[in-house]
Design a protein around this ligand. Structure first.
Ligand SMILES: [Zn+2]
Length: 220
């Protein structure tokens, strides 16, 4: 009797290994290879990602970098992955570890959590914008972004709009207000934000439109 129980136990143990270990392994591989996030911003990045279920299987690497020109974060497709099919394309989100704006030094660690979540949410908005574009379109996008002011404006507003559509408006507004009300940031940087990005008022308007659309949809 005792032996039977022992055998049952062994079988159960074997079944556990055969079933659960591969599941855990697949899960770990999925999460570790699809989204690579430095420990310092893991909580905030996962929070921002939770608003974009579409990006669950999109490879995104968040990476600290020292020399991002004129900005604090930057999202872009991985160059070599432009040769792959759209669905296999991967992206990088660069984040300045410490950043200098107009000669003053700031550290990403000084940014409040919600502001960081909003910032990352905006970058993920760029990824949403990129993922529907063909590779040729993305190369053309890069050229236009480099040379055309009005194109920067279009791209930045598209990223903000995606984030608002994904219900991240609270975070986006916190980020925006943090920048615009932060006395330590230069006026030149604030002007850049005002020039290219959605204003807090425009975000509020987008939220109203979004909620109206949702209300109309639920009526039908
Ligand atoms: Zn942007």
């Amino acid at each position: 009797m005792k032996k039977i129980v022992k055998n049952e136990y062994k079988k159960w143990l074997l079944a556990t290994f055969c079933v659960f270990i591969p599941i855990v392994a697949i899960y770990m591989q999925e999460t570790s290879t699809k989204h690579i996030i430095p420990k310092a911003i893991k909580v905030e990045a996962l929070k921002a990602l939770s608003y974009y279920p579409e990006l669950k299987h999109t490879a995104i690497e968040f990476k600290f970098k020292n020399d991002i020109k004129k900005s604090i974060m930057q999202a872009q497709p991985t160059f070599w992955s432009l040769l792959k099919a759209k669905k296999n394309r991967s992206y990088k989100i660069f984040i300045s570890e410490s950043f200098q704006i107009e000669g003053r030094q700031f550290s990403t660690a000084d940014i409040p959590k919600n502001v960081l979540i909003g910032w990352l949410g905006h970058e993920l908005g760029h990824v949403m914008d990129y993922r529907d574009r063909s590779s040729l379109n993305l190369i053309w996008f890069g050229i236009k972004y480099t040379f055309s002011d009005s194109y920067i404006k279009e791209a930045e507003r598209a990223a903000d709009t995606y984030a608002v559509e994904k219900n991240m408006d609270g975070y986006i507004l916190e980020t925006k207000n943090f920048i615009l009300n932060h006395t330590d940031l230069s006026e030149a940087y604030k002007d850049r934000i005002k020039k290219y990005y959605l204003s807090p008022d425009e975000i509020v308007k987008l939220v109203e439109d979004r909620d109206l659309d949702a209300a109309l949809e639920s009526e039908h």
